[in-house]
Design a binder for this molecule. Sequence first.
Ligand SMILES: Nc1nc2c(ncn2[C@@H]2O[C@H](COP(=O)(O)OP(=O)(O)OP(=O)(O)O)[C@@H](O)[C@H]2O)c(=O)[nH]1
Length: 244
Amino acid sequence: MRLIQNMTTIAEYAAPECSVPNRVIKIAVIGGSGVGKTALVVRFLTRRFIGDYERNAGNLYSREVQVDGEQVTIQVQDTPGVEMTDNSINLPDHVTCSIQWADAVVLVYSTTDRRSFDLIEQLHQQIVRTGGASMPPVILLANKADLLHLRCVDPQQGPVLAAALGCSFYEVSASEDYSQVHKAFHRLCCQLAKQQPPAPAPPANSAEKRRSPLIPRPKSPNMQDLKRRFKQALSAKVRTATSV
Ligand SMILES: Nc1nc2c(ncn2[C@@H]2O[C@H](COP(=O)(O)OP(=O)(O)OP(=O)(O)O)[C@@H](O)[C@H]2O)c(=O)[nH]1
């Protein structure tokens, strides 16, 4: 629990409040239990791999990153592991809500867990059903590539499944290889940033805009103005005096 709290703090610290809102990219990470969802999210956002995590109840992480030269806020929703029972999946409400909320979905299985691989097709169907016409982009990650001796999903099976589902595929290791994890998430962020319109530009001078009343404030007279008015008044007085 302590670890999770610390990491949430890191995430909150990494996304301070800012007067000009960034563009926000929302990603949901979904997959079977123990496939390394939390490890991948934390690795991407903090570069660190921490071996032991609490069973995940669904933490939201947030961080500001540069995507194609633009500062964007990435929100990553880690979700509870999905279980398979009697060939059907038991999808927690949290997972369904996360799919609805997300701009993109990262599907994860572990190369050491055949059941987690078998889940992927059904999870993808669920995304298609939930997304409807606005189906979010999906990428497929095969995690724990470092555990070669425990592998039980063939290296070719991941790319074949990804091609059938129409999504990009990455074989990664949250524990051993930051660069591949970063590449997968970063490419997805770039794809989303291209699809979404940029955040509206702030007014040229927002403080001035806030101050400006409905009726324009009269300009304060400058010295030349005052002299001119003084001369006008003086000559009017002289005219009145000579005419009396
Ligand atoms: N060797 C190795 N272990 C990993 C890797 N990724 C995660 N693990 C380990 O796998 C275990 C489960 O990782 P988590 O990140 O908690 O997995 P999860 O999918 O979030 O788990 P749930 O929240 O229970 O569904 C932990 O002991 C991690 O240290 C990896 O790439 N390689």
